[in-house]
Design a protein around this ligand. Sequence first.
Ligand code: NDP
Ligand code: MG
Length: 388
Amino acid sequence: MKRVSIFGATGSIGQNTIDLIARAPEDYHVVALSGGRNVAQLSEDARNLRAEVAVTAYADCLDDLRVALAGSGIEVAAGEAALIEAAARPADWVMSAIVGAAGLAPGLMALQQGATLALANKESMVCAGPLMMATAKAHGGTILPVDSEHSAVFQALVGERMEDVERIILTASGGAFRDWPMEQLAQATPEQAATHPNWDMGQRITIDSASMFNKALELIETREFFQIDPAKIEAVVHPESLIHALVGFRDGALMAHVGPSDMRHAIGYALHHPERRDLPVERLDLVKIGALTFRAPDELRWPALRLAREVMQAGGLCGAVFNAAKEVAMDAFIDRRIGFLQMAQVVEEVLSRLSAHPGNLDAAISLDNVRHADHLARETADDYITNG
Ligand code: NDP
Ligand code: MG
């Protein structure tokens, strides 16, 4: 029996993970499930999967969770410290699917107790890639990518040597506004940005897809995860979203990973690794699909891609600043305090203000320093949004 924990269990990735686990309950012992405000979902899943503990990220949700799980024998807890404690409970496999920088500390703790970490939370890699990799190494933990592009690259690299890799190409659907005229983008609403042409995902990552901040995070995630020179990482717009990524080798070969837009593939690959098992995903009919198309990404339309290159160049704590500023900018966009195009302006301004003070961004990448950089970036972003 595999002992599993799922952080961010109530979200889109979390629910897809539960779908796979619930199909073979005899194979798993569920240690911890975590959620945020969706207490009804968290308690229902905790009961169905007979979890040891259910944790909500928010102290003000604890009473509701306690009531919902009364008599079940399932422990309940709330808050950030409780999340970290739950991640310290011995488990063989831990899904990291909290959204945002909040996913970092529980993921690190799971690695510290030697678990295999299935990493959907790309923000961990963007904020603290070197720390994640070093923690895994020091404690014998393994990180398996769940982001579909990175899972695709990981699969294409099985049996290959990194020194033979010439380039890694991530595909991007282009999101909700791929074909919108540039002039209309300034007026785009959060509701419009939260609609994705191909993937069904959480609200925040869907908005990040429209702005390409998602692809920007993924470029940085690629650099950190595969320890590859940023100059070898490319992004290409691929509207059909069927090729998830390609790896180019020194002999000119390109290995493409092709599959349906269903996260249960990447989650299932990480769950069963190093084996492959049957997964309930659609089998592609290539003749029906007919054609796959590609376009160059326009960095004027999607400035996030240019910013990601600058962040990879600068290194240090720039990733943490980039991510935190982006999270604040997205909150402001969702609250209609800024327009769609201003999200990138906020991030660029915060990076430029903070890098003007040496010492802000070149400290070692420890959890404390990442938290400090994250905090500074949030304050700076708030200040810029409020006062200009
Ligand atoms: P969702 O928004 O659907 O779910 C997020 C989860 O995190 C929920 O369980 C939510 O709880 C919880 N949560 C929210 N805020 C906090 C917080 N401050 N502290 C602790 N928990 C919190 O997100 P997704 O499932 O879409 O994405 C999860 C991660 O996976 C992200 O990092 C995303 O980039 C990545 N990812 C997602 C993909 C997808 O297809 N969805 C694809 C590739 C990567 P609640 O809802 O109960 O409030
Ligand atoms: Mg992805």
